[in-house]
Write a protein that binds this ligand. Sequence first.
Ligand code: PLP
Length: 387
Amino acid sequence: MPEPARVIPFARPVIGDAEKNVALEVLNGHVLVHGPRIHDFEHAFADWTNAPGAVALSSCTAGLHLAYFGRGLGAGDEVIVPAMTHVATAHAVELVGATPVFVDAEAATGNIDIDQIEAAITPRTKALSVVHYLGMPVDMDRINAIAQKHGLFVVEDCALAIGSFFKGVHAGLHGDIGLFSFYPVKHMTTLEGGMAISKHADVLTRMTRERAFGVDRTHRERAIAGQYDVTCLGFNYRMNELQAAVGIEQVKRLDSFLTARKANYDTIAAGLRDVPGIALLQSTHGDFVSSYYCQSIVLEGALAAKRFEFVEALNKAGIGTSIYYPRPVPEFGYYRQKYGCSDGRFPGAARIAHQSIALPVGPHLQPGDAEYIAAAVRETASQLTPS
Ligand SMILES: Cc1ncc(COP(=O)(O)O)c(C=O)c1O
């Protein structure tokens, strides 16, 4: 088989000398956890997002879990969860013993269909979660209006939303808590890692306690080593110094990462305009600014049934792809078995799950890669479309 003209992974973390040097500094030192870098990273991330505060965590999933745990949710409580998301959004609800109540995705963006939320609310509903799908912000004014009317806690899953703004305010600061992911394919990485931001100081303080066993003061806050009390239950959901050191360097590069993402996204979008059988999800407009996580194409008409042939052709051309996400969450085995969801129950989410292909736009792309991706998609669409 001939070598492809280019090799473009779907995602690749961009790690430079600065990240490597600080990682070595940490390893050469003696402070691997509970050090100053966590604090500095939290400040850097809070500054970048313009948040009043931030709490570093071991992952976004840990933060989602803590959001419900800290709120005291448990058996008998219900949480609204988008059907089109990563399982982590729903697992966090399950982990506290509460019940996720799924709501379908809207066609234009893949975000939760806000028109369908109120029908899913019952007297047991305690929280409402949203995911800014592929970085396209949800209309948080409408979400907050519903939450206020029904007294719900609003959790923003911002795993794909570093650089997403609604009405000029960063994602995560509209609801009661926002959780971010630094997993390697994300906008920036700390290897694994997560961050919480919130407009409520008390929510962040509680999270700081619960991420570390429920102890009532951090190492920084202790005048004498070993002097602390444990005032609530908690986990070990801490981030370590090495992760934080890398994160500090990555935050410095966020603006350039996001500029590259947008440029690549726009180039691919321009190259795919008016390709029969290919629809693009809605991106930045007006008050809604996307973080450009990836370029997701939705195959329609005769192409819809040929997704895997399409993926294979792109992979042969050296283009890495992904699928966000392969099933509506309630159709994954665990949820299907527990809640008995039938196929077709979430048509908006199913369309994206079964007909979309995620294309790379990250800062790892080289000059000409975005044009190459668009050309390969056009070519594949025309080859797979029956004449
Ligand atoms: C929407 C969403 N939420 C949560 C997560 C979980 O993030 P983490 O791996 O940092 O726990 C992911 C991971 O990809 C995600 O896409």
